[in-house]
Design a protein. Structure first.
Length: 229
């Protein structure tokens, strides 16, 4: 585990656990070693803080590529933190840029690390669970690692969209880890990836009890009751 990540668990991680006392269920479903994808619903920026605080292993999170490219002392400092935490750089935008980020995660998984993925792609604007994007399935199949569904509840109150810092004395927060979904023998074609992704989202829904919306998360500012195109 990277030293800076260990320090973060002792400082930020313990602060999250002491300050909000998250309830944890099914942590035994996270393997003690070996690569795996933690695929969860996404309600708040705080999701990553709580996930990193309760899982005793290193988790490779995604970070904007800009954090790795800054110049001067400030750029060096930010880049050093991102690298010290073992983050994976991701370019903004879709297409080839998004695929490059997933390419960067494959060796991390094959090396036996955990990678956190939020299949919805962005935070839910209304607390409902939206359709998952197939990148999580593509990554799992390419790396040959299981997907562990994760359900998080209550973090939208700790740090609502737009809030810069977590709010104290809010909660409760619950994290639930489901049984690993194995990908051995799964195909990499579009239909197979869609099926696997829907299975992952179904398991997440079982953990959270969220209402499921069979369309992708709308861009921020779009009415959430807009019918799917």
């Amino acid at each position: 585990m990277p030293l800076l990540y260990t320090i973060g668990q002792w400082t930020v991680g313990n602060t999250m656990k002491l300050g909000w006392r998250p309830r944890v269920e099914g942590l035994e479903n996270v393997p003690a070693s070996g690569g795996a994808i933690l695929a969860g619903n996404h309600l708040s920026v705080a999701d990553e803080l709580f996930l990193g605080s309760v899982v005793p292993r290193h988790i490779a999170f995604w970070a904007k590529s800009e954090y790795f490219k800054g110049s001067g002392v400030g750029g060096w400092f930010t880049r050093s933190i991102m690298e010290g935490l073992g983050c994976i750089a991701v370019e903004r935008g879709g297409g080839r840029a998004a695929l490059a980020a997933f390419d960067g995660a494959i060796p991390v998984l094959k090396a036996g690390d955990l990678v956190a993925v939020y299949p919805e792609g962005t935070r839910s604007p209304d607390g409902r669970l939206y359709r998952g994007r197939t990148g999580v399935a593509r990554l799992a199949v390419a790396a040959g690692v299981p997907v562990i569904p994760v359900g998080v509840l209550g973090t939208e109150k700790v740090q609502p969209i737009g809030a810069r810092l977590p709010k104290p004395f809010t909660g409760p927060v619950t994290l639930k880890f489901g049984k690993p979904i194995e990908v051995a023998g799964r195909g990499g074609d579009r239909t197979s990836l869609r099926t696997l992704t829907d299975e992952v989202m179904g398991e997440i829904q079982k953990l959270t009890g969220q209402e499921y919306v069979p369309r992708y998360t709308p861009p921020r500012g779009t009415p959430t009751d807009t019918p799917p195109a």
